[in-house]
Design a protein around this ligand. Structure first.
Ligand code: AMP
Length: 690
C-alpha cells in the first residue's frame, strides 16, 4: 500500500507525521519512543548515527558529530569532514530523512513511499531542490516541498470551516526565522506575504547566554574558555538547557568548569531578554516588513500563530503581544504543527494526484478539510542589466516577491546590436530584492541568440514564468514577436565584473574610434610584419564598422599616419597592407601616444589605441608618461606584445592591467580577433527601458 507522510526537516529537530485511521494527522514516534528527532549526525567508525545519541555525543564534544547543517543547505562550499570522508548538507539531510523513514516504517509496520517535506519559506529554489534531492536519496517520492509556515497554517486551519481568519505565522525554530501573513477561509489557505532570515534562530539565543557567562568568567579570571572547542560544545549544550529552563522559571544557573575552577552563575529572565533584545528586535522588524509589503495594518490581524520551539521563550510572547495587541495562538504544539500540516498536504496530494495504489481498497483514510493552498513567491526574480546611463549593473526585478504562485511577468530591455555579428544577450537570473546584483543569488545564466540587428537598438522582452514546483522558465521575444533561441549555460565562477561599470560594453553602445599603433622597427621585418598585417585585417573584418572608425599609425623612431580615422574598410585594409618595416626608422626611440592623443582628443564616444610591439622601446619613461596622458582623458590603451617585448612595459602603457597581453606570433590573429569581438560584443550591455 502506498503511504505518504509529512516531514518537518528542522534545523535542530525533525518530525514525521501521518494521517491516521481517524483522518487526523499524528506524529510517528522514533525508535527511541520520542516525537522529535534531533537533526544531528554522529559518525562512529564511518557509520552515521542520527538523533538523540548523536546529540549526546556532540554534547560530549565528539568531533565526529555535526548539527545545524540545514543552515548550509545550498552552500556549495560546505563540507563536513570526518575520517577522510566529506559530506554535503544534502548527504547529512539524507541521513536524517533515512532515520525518520526507517523508524516510522518499523513503528507502522509498513513501507512509506511518498512524502511532503517542509522548508523555511525563505529558502531559495536551489535550497528547495537540494532538500528534494535529500528526500529522494532517502528513498521517498517527494510529492512536493512546502513552506513551513504554510504547513503550520494548514494544520491550524484544518478544523476551521467558518469565518475568514488572518494570522501572522511567527516561526522561530532552532536556526531559522520565517514570518508569513496567511488568510484562512473555508475553502483556502492563502499566503499573502512572507519574509525571513535563515540565519536567525534559537541557536543565536543560546549564544547570547554562552557569551554572557564566558565574559563573566573572563572578567573574574582573566582568561576564557572560548578557545577550547571541546569545552565550547559542552557549554553550548548547557546554554541551551539554561535557555529552556528560563522558559519555565524566572531564573536559572550555569556552571563552568575550566582551568581547575568551578564557577556557578545565575541569570534571570529580564537579564536574558535584555541581552537578547537585538535578536527579538530583528524578528520584529521582519514582522513589520511583511505588514508593509502586504499593505496590512496590525488591526487587520486576528492572531499570531506560534510555530517553532523558540517561540516558547516568554520574551517572544511579551514583545509580540505588546507591539501588535492581538491574541497569541498556541492551540497547536509549535514543534509539531509543521509536520502535521505536511501530512495533511501529503494526504491531499495522494488523492488529488491519483497516485496509483495497488491495494487502494484498503485505504480508508479520508480527506481532512481539503483546502486550496495559495502560496506566494518568497523572493523576487530579476535580471542583471545596465542602468540607463550605463554606469553600473543593477538587479532589475521582473517578478517581485510576494506574487501569487504560479506567476508570470515580462519586461522589455534595450540591446545595442551589430550588423556583422550573431547578436546575443546574456540573461543572468537573480533571486533577491537588492539593487546590487551580487547582493542577490545568481541562480541561472541563459543566452538568447539570433537576435535581429536594428540600428536604433533592438528591444527584447524577457519573460519569466514561475510554477508551483518552483521551476523557472526563461524566454525572450523581440518586439516584433519573434521568439528567440534560448540556451541554459553554467554560471561562471568569477562574477566580480558585476561590481564594475559596464565600461567596454558601454563603449560598444557608442561610436568607437581606434588607432592601430604598429611597431615597424627592423625586428618586425618579414614574418612578424606579415602576421601583424593578417591580425589587423582580421580585426577589421570582425569589428562592426557601422559603429566604429579605424586609423593606422606606424611607429619606430618616428611616427607615421598611414590612415586617419575612417569607416571605409577598403581604406583601412590598404593602409595596413602598405606598412613596411623601416618606413619610420629601424630602431624604437619613438612612441605613438603623443600623435594618437592629438588625433583622438576631439573624437566623441569610446577611444582606443591598440599598440602592437615586438621589442623593447628605448625611451620607455617618456612613452609611459604620454600613454598616461591618454588614459587621463579616457583614451584607452590596449597593448599586445610578442617576441622580446617587455611585459611590465606593456602593463604600464595599458589603461588597465587586463588590457596588456603578451602572446606569440602564431596567436596574434586570434588575439586581435578576440579584441574586436569584445569591443563589438553586446551580450551584457542590455539596458533597462524602465
Ligand atoms: P525547532 O527548530 O522548531 O525544532 O526549534 C528548536 C529550537 O527551539 C531550539 O533552539 C530549542 O533550543 C528551542 N526550544 C525548544 N524548547 C524550548 C523552550 N521550552 N524554551 C526555549 N527554547 C526552546
Amino acid at each position: 500500500m502506498r503511504k505518504a507522510v509529512g516531514i518537518d526537516l528542522g534545523t535542530t529537530y525533525s518530525a514525521i507525521s501521518i494521517i491516521g485511521e481517524d483522518g487526523l494527522p499524528r506524529i510517528i514516534k522514533n525508535s527511541e519512543g520520542e516525537r522529535l528527532t534531533p537533526s544531528v549526525v554522529y559518525f562512529e567508525d564511518g557509520k552515521p548515527i542520527v538523533g538523540k545519541e548523536a546529540k549526546e555525543m556532540q554534547a560530549f564534544g565528539a568531533e565526529a558529530a555535526v548539527s545545524l547543517f540545514k543552515r548550509s543547505m545550498g552552500d556549495t562550499n560546505y563540507r563536513f569532514f570526518v575520517e577522510d570522508k566529506e559530506y554535503t548538507p544534502v548527504d547529512l539531510s539524507t541521513m536524517v530523512l533515512s532515520k525518520l523513514k526507517s523508524d516510522a516504517e518499523s513503528e507502522l509496520g509498513e513501507n512509506i513511499t511518498h512524502a511532503v517535506i517542509t522548508v523555511p519559506a525563505y529558502f531559495s529554489d536551489f535550497q528547495r531542490r537540494n532538500t528534494k534531492t535529500a528526500g529522494e536519496n532517502a528513498g521517498f517520492t517527494v510529492l512536493r516541498i512546502i513552506n513551513e509556515p504554510t504547513a503550520a497554517a494548514i494544520a491550524f486551519g484544518s478544523n476551521k470551516f467558518k469565518d475568514d481568519t488572518t494570522v501572522l505565522v511567527y516561526d522561530l525554530g532552532g536556526g531559522t526565522f520565517d514570518i508569513s501573513l496567511i488568510k484562512i477561509s473555508k475553502e483556502e489557505v492563502e499566503v499573502i506575504a512572507t519574509a525571513g532570515n535563515h540565519e536567525l534562530g534559537g541557536k543565536d539565543w543560546d549564544d547570547v547566554i554562552l557569551r554572557y557567562f564566558a565574559s563573566l568568567f573572563e572578567e573574574q579570571y582573566g582568561e576564557g574558555p572560548f578557545l577550547y572547542s571541546v569545552l565550547i560544545n559542552d557549554l553550548r549544550v548547557k546554554a541551551e538547557a539554561t535557555k529552556i529552563a528560563l522558559s519555565n522559571k524566572n531564573s536559572s544557573s550555569f556552571s563552568i568548569t575550566f582551568s581547575g575552577k568551578i564557577v556557578r552563575y545565575e541569570i534571570n529572565r529580564d537579564k536574558f531578554a535584555q541581552l537578547a533584545a537585538p535578536l527579538t528586535e530583528a524578528t520584529i522588524s521582519l514582522v513589520d516588513q511583511v505588514l508593509i509589503d502586504a499593505n496590512y495594518q496590525k488591526e487587520d490581524i486576528d492572531g499570531i500563530l506560534f510555530i517553532g520551539g523558540s517561540t516558547r521563550m516568554p520574551m517572544i510572547e511579551d514583545i509580540l503581544s505588546k507591539r501588535y495587541d492581538c491574541p497569541i495562538i498556541k492551540s497547536i504544539d509549535p514543534d509539531e504543527a509543521v509536520a502535521l500540516g505536511a501530512a495533511i498536504q501529503a494526504n491531499i496530494d495522494m488523492h488529488t494526484r491519483s497516485i496509483p495504489d495497488p491495494e487502494s481498497h484498503k485505504n480508508q483514510t479520508f480527506f481532512l478539510a481539503s483546502k486550496t493552498i495559495k502560496d506566494v513567491m518568497s523572493h523576487s526574480l530579476g535580471i542583471v542589466a545596465a542602468n540607463s546611463d550605463n554606469s553600473k549593473y543593477l538587479n532589475s526585478i521582473i517578478i517581485p516577491k510576494n506574487q501569487p504562485i504560479p506567476s508570470t511577468n515580462s519586461k522589455p530591455y534595450k540591446l545595442q546590436t551589430g550588423s556583422k555579428i550573431d547578436n546575443q544577450m546574456e540573461v543572468y537570473l537573480t533571486q533577491g530584492e537588492n539593487e546590487r546584483p551580487l547582493d542577490n543569488q545568481i541562480i541561472g545564466l541563459y543566452r538568447f541568440s539570433g537576435i535581429s540587428h536594428n540600428k536604433n537598438n533592438t528591444v527584447i522582452n524577457v519573460l519569466y514564468e514561475y510554477d508551483e514546483n518552483g521551476i523557472i522558465q526563461v524566454s525572450g521575444k523581440e518586439s516584433n514577436g519573434k521568439s528567440l533561441n534560448c540556451t541554459k549555460e553554467p554560471i561562471p565562477e568569477d562574477l566580480s565584473w558585476l561590481d564594475r561599470a559596464p565600461e567596454l560594453h558601454q563603449k560598444s553602445t557608442e561610436h568607437l574610434s581606434l588607432y592601430f599603433a604598429i611597431d615597424l622597427s627592423g625586428s618586425m621585418s618579414g614574418h612578424p610584419l606579415k602576421e601583424a598585417r593578417k591580425a589587423a585585417n582580421s580585426f577589421v573584418s570582425n569589428i562592426d564598422l557601422a559603429h566604429s572608425s579605424i586609423g593606422v599609425i606606424g611607429v619606430s623612431d618616428k611616427v607615421k599616419i598611414f590612415q586617419s580615422l575612417t569607416q571605409n574598410s577598403k581604406k583601412i585594409t590598404n593602409a595596413i597592407n602598405s606598412m613596411v618595416e623601416g618606413s619610420t626608422g629601424y630602431c624604437n626611440s619613438g612612441q605613438p601616444f603623443t600623435e594618437a592623443y592629438k588625433l583622438l582628443e576631439k573624437e566623441k564616444g569610446a577611444r582606443f589605441i591598440l599598440v602592437l610591439a615586438d621589442g623593447v622601446w628605448s625611451n620607455q619613461e617618456h612613452a609611459i608618461a604620454e600613454a598616461k596622458r591618454c588614459h587621463k582623458v579616457g583614451i584607452d590603451v590596449i597593448a599586445i606584445g610578442f617576441g622580446s617585448a617587455d611585459e611590465q612595459f606593456l602593463k604600464d602603457i595599458s589603461s588597465l592591467d587586463e588590457n596588456a597581453l603578451f602572446t606569440d606570433l602564431s596567436k596574434l590573429t586570434e588575439s586581435f580577433t578576440k579584441i574586436a569581438q569584445v569591443l563589438t560584443e553586446n551580450t551584457s550591455s542590455m539596458q533597462m527601458l524602465r
